[in-house]
Structure formats: structure tokens, C-alpha cells
Design a protein around this ligand. Structure first.
Ligand code: NAD
Length: 484
């Protein structure tokens, strides 16, 4: 039986790409192909942009509250389809079903937050800036915006941007990751049912050709990107060259430090989730565990114990605590980092290389892996691994842990487990990453706070969601007015 082919959604219709390049979509737990996706072309992008541009004027003149009502209906429809979206997500991406549910919940929260447009999009005014002269700043939508997104959160990430762009009166094009196109296709089936005006929301599948066509298209006003740092940098530079607004969120190397007075029993479940949740494929995942001072031996013993009892398997099984990585290629990449760690002299205290899950011999599984005595300049401590590999860097004091955080280049998130308010203040005050967790292992801002890092983890200034996103998707037009 032929595998389903993912279609583009353009101008309110499902359309096939004319591309001859077709990629495979995999179930990573089974190691089996489950669908196909065309790697779209410049022509596909041109059609989507033309539809979005044509829809813009009518949509921008629709009152904001009327636009928000589409989102209210969409929220209800997402709730009705909640479990189905989560199951599609786990099937193609591999994360545990509960993690997928959490992701869908976060996606819906962005729709909910965007419905606040009638207060969040307001401008500001001041009478009498000079004798008999008043001044107004209106926030106006700009036109067509687009999002280019990664494989690790195929449901949520486009929705860090889309609902805000659209509720502000812009029109939108999403390019999902070619590795996981099914989740957004399922979501767009629901979008289609809501009956947004044709052309307001569009989706084009594909990889580099679609991205480049979006970056170069003169009728796209701005791009929201989330993915690895090299791609983020490329997107940022190319948008600069073509004069677009851009927010480009990149990779991470997150450190989780633990002080001797931390409550290890209370903190252990979230510490484990930080490193192994979503199989380490979160931009907020802990990657370096940094015991401070004499807590190291006790922490490592307890962390190792909690890791070993974790069930690894198919994410659709409710008992599974950690699923596979997304692809065979990514598995090879992560195994390469493990080899490098051994070669550079770190101590491998838990080896996940030959890990087998009995019922799923072909799945892309890697067992939880832990290195002790990693040095700050080793590859393990510098590069993003994006898998279930923990590097323990022992620090003599909090200063050394903060120094470790601030010398990574990446500056997405940093966490501290501690019983000391003073240590917490010192840490959150001095670390460079923009998302900080105190006795929290995944420092994930909710939709009403901004999401994004600093340093090599973010190019641009306005982050994902939060209140600032209303600035990204609008131009503030200032009117200075006098009547004689
Ligand atoms: P990726 O950079 O490989 O791909 C992201 C998107 O860019 C995809 O849609 C892909 O098709 C496109 N792309 C990839 N290479 C390209 C190229 N050379 N030219 C044009 N387009 C290209 O990232 P990924 O592997 O899909 O996702 C994992 C990465 O995303 C990790 O580095 C992770 O840290 C990061 N991420 C960051 C955040 C954040 O908030 N900062 C959130 C999620 C994921």
C-alpha cells in the first residue's frame, strides 16, 4: 500500500507540490517508513505568498476582535482533537505520549494568549506634545510573515508565532520540518475546518529550497525561525540581506548546577526529566550536570540510580519514560559524540550505545548515557549533542559553575538546584542565558512570557511569544496631528 503523501495547504485548499524530490517520514520507535513528503519548490512558495498577499487587505481591515473569534473557535477544535494530535506527534517524532500531550497543551496556550489582541495590540497616545498638537502610535499589521521550524516540537513551535501574526492582521506561511510533517498537517486539517478566509494561513512542506524561496521573496515581511545555530545564523544573515524582520532561535548547551544544600530527593524527578525528557531533544534540556563542591558523589549516585530505573521504549506506551531519537542519522550523530567523549578521556559511567528495546529491534534507541569528569573544553561540554547524554562537570564552587555557564557560547537556559536564596540570586543575576530555572530543570516560559535565548542561541531581539511578539508582527505608525 502506498504511504500517504503530505500535501501543502494554500489558499484554503490542499494541493500537491510539483516537486520531484520526495522524502520519507519515519516512525522512530519502529524504524519504519510511515509517510512521504514532497520537498517543495520556489513555485510552491510563490503560490502561497501570492495567496497570503491577496488575503491580506481584507483580513487586516477585519476588526481585531472578529479575528480573535476565529482563534476562540480554533482553541475549541484543538481541544476536541487533543489526543489525536498528540498521537500523530508521538508516532512521527518519537517522544512519549505524555510529552506530546504537554506540547499540544503549550500550543493551545499560545492560541489562548493571542486572543488578548484587543489589549495587547493597542498603541499609545499623548495629547499636547506641543501647543494643540496630539500624537498617536498605532500598531499596524504589515503583510505576509512566515515560520521555519525544527523537528523536535512539530506541533507547538509554529504556534509560538502564527496565532499572534494572524490575530494582528497579517497573513502567514508555515514551513514544517521535513522530518516530521504529519503533525502540522493534522493541525492544518483542523485549521481548515474553522474556515479562516482563504489565504490567511498557509503551509508549504519542504526543506532548503522552500526556505531559500521564503527568505528571498520580496513579498514576505518577516521570518520567525527556530532550529540549530548554524541554520539560525544563516537565516538571520539572509533576512538581513533581503531586508526582512527576523527572529532566529538557535541551539543550546544548558547547564544544570546543584549546590550541596539542594533537596536532592524533591529535585530528582525534574532533574531526570531535564536531561532525558524528550530523549534530550529539547532546546531546554539539561546537557551538563554541574555538581558544586562536595555534593558531587552523593548527587551522582542518586542520579545514576534514578536513571537506571527509567523505562525506555515506544512513546505510545503510557509506561515509557524515554522514547527513541528522531532518526537513524541522528542516532549516528549522538553515538559519534559518545565516541568522542571516550577518546577525549571523559569517564563513561553509564553506556547507552548498545541499548536494546526488546519489542522494537529496529527503533532508533540510545540508552541513557552519563560521562563523569568531563572538562569544560572537551567536545562533550562545548557542542550541542541533542540526545540522552549527560556530561558531568564538577565545579569547586558557585563561581566556577557560573563561569562554566557563561563560557559556552550558547546561552539558552541555565538551572540551579539549591536550598539557598543567596546562591539563587547570585546565579540568576549573573548567568547569561535568558531562561533560568531555580529548582526547575526545564526553564520553559509559558506563552505570556518571551521564549528565546542569548549569545549563539538567538539572533535578533524580539523572542518567541510573550508580550513583545505583538511588536514583531506590527509596525508602529506615529501620527502627529494638529487642526487649525
Ligand atoms: P535544523 O536547523 O536542522 O532545521 C530547522 C529548520 O531549518 C527545518 O525546517 C529545516 O528544513 C531548515 N533547514 C535546515 N538546514 C537548512 C539549510 N542549510 N538551509 C535552509 N534551511 C535549512 O534544526 P533541527 O535539527 O530540525 O532542530 C533541532 C535544533 O533546533 C536544535 O539545535 C535545537 O536546539 C534547536 N531548537 C531551538 C529552540 C529554541 O527555542 N532556541 C527550540 C527548538 C529547537
Amino acid at each position: 500500500m502506498a504511504l500517504p503523501l503530505m500535501k501543502n495547504y494554500v489558499n484554503g485548499e490542499w494541493v500537491e507540490s510539483n516537486s520531484k524530490t520526495i522524502g520519507d517520514v519515519w516512525n522512530p520507535a519502529l524504524g519504519e517508513k510511515i509517510a512521504r513528503v514532497a520537498y517543495g519548490t520556489k513555485e510552491d512558495v510563490d503560490k502561497a505568498v501570492a495567496a497570503a498577499k491577496a488575503a491580506f487587505w481584507e483580513w487586516r481591515t477585519t476588526p481585531p476582535l472578529t479575528r480573535a473569534r476565529y482563534l476562540f473557535r480554533l482553541k475549541d477544535a484543538f481541544e476536541e482533537n487533543f489526543e489525536e494530535i498528540a498521537r500523530v506527534l508521538t508516532t512521527e517524532q518519537g517522544k512519549c505520549i505524555d510529552e506530546a500531550r504537554g506540547e499540544v497543551r503549550r500550543m493551545i496556550e499560545n492560541v489562548e494568549h493571542a486572543t488578548g489582541v484587543t489589549t495587547l495590540m493597542c498603541g499609545y497616545t499623548l495629547e499636547d506634545i506641543a501647543k494643540n498638537i496630539d500624537c498617536y502610535g498605532h500598531r499596524q499589521p504589515m503583510g505576509v510573515f512566515g515560520a521555519i521550524v525544527p523537528y523536535n516540537f512539530p506541533g507547538m513551535v509554529p504556534w509560538w508565532f502564527l496565532p499572534y501574526a494572524v490575530v494582528c492582521g497579517n497573513t502567514f506561511i508555515v514551513k514544517p520540518s521535513e522530518q516530521v510533517p504529519m503533525t502540522q498537517t493534522k493541525i492544518f486539517e483542523i485549521v481548515d475546518e474553522i474556515g479562516f478566509p482563504e489565504g490567511v494561513i498557509n503551509m508549504v512542506h519542504g526543506s532548503r529550497d522552500v526556505v531559500n524561496a521564503m527568505l528571498d521573496h520580496p513579498d514576505i515581511e518577516g521570518i520567525s525561525f527556530v532550529g540549530s545555530t548554524p541554520t539560525a545564523k544563516y537565516i538571520y544573515e539572509r533576512c538581513g540581506a533581503t531586508g526582512k524582520r527576523v527572529q532566529a532561535l538557535g541551539g543550546a548547551k544548558n547547564i544544570v548546577a546543584v549546590t550541596p544544600d539542594a533537596d536532592l530527593a524533591a529535585g530528582m524527578p525534574s532533574l531526570i526529566t531535564s536531561f532525558f525528557g524528550c530523549t534530550g531533544q529539547r532546546c531546554l534540556s539539561g546537557s551538563i550536570l554541574a555538581p558544586v563542591g562536595d555534593v558531587a558523589d552523593e548527587l551522582i549516585e542518586k542520579f545514576l540510580f534514578a536513571t537506571k530505573v527509567m523505562k525506555v521504549g515506544n512513546g505510545l506506551d503510557e509506561q515509557t519514560a524515554m522514547g527513541p531519537v528522531v532518526s537513524a542519522a541522528h542516532k549516528e550523530r549522538v553515538l559519534g559524540f559518545i565516541e568522542k567523549g571516550i577518546e577525549e578521556g571523559a569517564d563513561l559511567i553509564l553506556d547507552g550505545r548498545d541499548f536494546k528495546v526488546p519489542d522494537y529491534p529496529n527503533g532508533f534507541f540510545i540508552g541513557p548515557t552519563i560521562f563523569d569528569n568531563v572538562k569544560p573544553d572537551m567536545t562533550l561540554a562545548c557542542q550541542e549533542i541533542f540526545g540522552p547524554v549527560v556530561s558531568i562537570v564538577r565545579c569547586k564552587d558557585l563561581d566556577e559553575a557560573i563561569e562554566l555557564v557563561n563560557t559556552r557560547g550558547f546561552a539558552n537556559a541555565a538551572c540551579l538546584y539549591t536550598g539557598s536564596g543567596g546562591a539563587a540570586r547570585e546565579f540568576k543575576y549573573r548567568v547569561k542565558p535568558s531562561m533560568v530555572g531555580i529548582n526547575i530543570g526545564i526553564a520553559a516560559p509559558m506563552s505570556f512570557f518571551p521564549f528565546g535565548g542569548a549569545g549563539d542561541s538567538m539572533f535578533g531581539d524580539i523572542k518567541g511569544h510573550g508580550q513583545e511578539i505583538f511588536h514583531f508582527f506590527t509596525d508602529t505608525k506615529v501620527v502627529i496631528e494638529r487642526w487649525f
